[in-house]
Design a protein around this ligand. Structure first.
Ligand code: NAD
Length: 279
């Protein structure tokens, strides 16, 4: 069901790869809610992903960019304003990648060139995006910028590796730039800290199946899926959330406030000896 929450709004959505991507779901919902937007991803993603299908479905222009490249980002914002007929109202940064994770380098054996790439792609690209938009004055007053994060920024989760450091930096950038953008232009900047979700990036996380089972058992409302995450993004792009900024907003079924749940305790006991009283 659509509510016209983004009627007349314009945006840029970075990071839709295939129909499992969180950004893909955001694009579908933004379209249903009346927004017009452009889509961006790397040339490799355009070659191997399915972005053309999404572009056709939502009537959107695709503008290739490596989000670590400032010239590419300048081009995305310039072309988007041309295509959409003026400044944008929302931007989604849905980008993450770690070569250390891909190449199975554990956290105490990091390759530092890979680490620099992880930080550049997954976090500093967010600063670059914000700085490009700020200098170009590309976002309307009361606009909304969002990036996607994960609770490994605050808590250590086995296997998340250098992406934990990347997410901590990403959330810090949202606060630091959020202050300046809010003060100067009344634009909000937030991160959503999403449950583990089955996507291409998500599947790269070590022990993803066990992690998702654990967080599902620990969360009173269960894991949040990509569709639900997209709903939350839409509300944060809408005018209903104008005074929310510089926040890391957990969207995780309650996981971030839990220590131990009955469902997790039952599972844990079963794997011990099954005899402990859990009431
Ligand atoms: N899937 C999860 O479990 C989960 C949980 C919390 C947060 N997140 C975050 O959500 C965001 C979206 O990931 P997803 O799960 O939808 O997976 P995804 O693989 O569909 O999306 C990741 C995107 O990053 C893009 N990307 C990589 N390098 C890039 C570069 N240099 N320039 C531009 N784009 C680049 C990829 O092409 C891809 O489209 C990421 O920031 C991810 O860390 C994911």
């Amino acid at each position: 069901m659509a509510y016209n929450l983004l009627k007349g709004k314009k945006g840029i959505i970075f990071g839709a790869l295939d129909n499992k991507s969180i950004a893909w779901k955001v694009a579908e919902k933004a379209h249903a809610e009346g927004a017009k937007f452009t889509l961006s991803n790397t040339l490799t993603a355009l070659r191997f992903g399915q972005l053309d299908t999404l572009a056709e479905k939502t009537g959107s222009l695709v503008i290739p960019a490596d989000a670590t490249n400032v010239d590419d980002l300048n081009n995305v914002f310039e072309k988007s304003m041309e295509e959409l007929g003026g400044k944008v109202d929302f931007v989604l940064h849905s980008i993450g990648m770690s070569l250390n994770v891909r190449k199975k380098r554990v956290y105490n054996e990091l390759d530092y060139n890979f680490l620099n790439k992880t930080l550049d792609i997954s976090s500093i690209s967010f600063h670059k995006m914000l700085q490009v938009a700020y200098k170009m004055d590309a976002i309307n007053r009361w606009g909304s910028v969002l990036a996607l994060s994960y609770i490994a920024a605050q808590r250590t989760l086995y296997g998340y590796n250098d992406m934990a450091d990347a997410k901590a930096l990403l959330e810090s950038i949202a606060r630091s730039f959020g202050y300046i953008y809010g003060r100067e232009k009344k634009i909000r900047v937030n991160t959503i800290s999403q449950s583990p979700t089955y996507t291409t990036a998500g599947s790269g996380v070590k022990g993803m199946n066990a992690l998702m089972d654990f967080t599902e058992r620990m969360s009173p409302l269960g894991n949040a899926d990509a569709d639900e995450c997209a709903n939350y993004c839409i509300i944060l792009f809408s005018d209903l959330t104008r005074k929310i900024t510089m926040q890391n907003l957990f969207h995780d079924g309650g996981f971030s406030s839990m220590g131990m749940s009955l469902r997790a305790m039952k599972m844990y006991n079963r794997s011990l000896d099954g005899d402990l009283d859990i009431e």
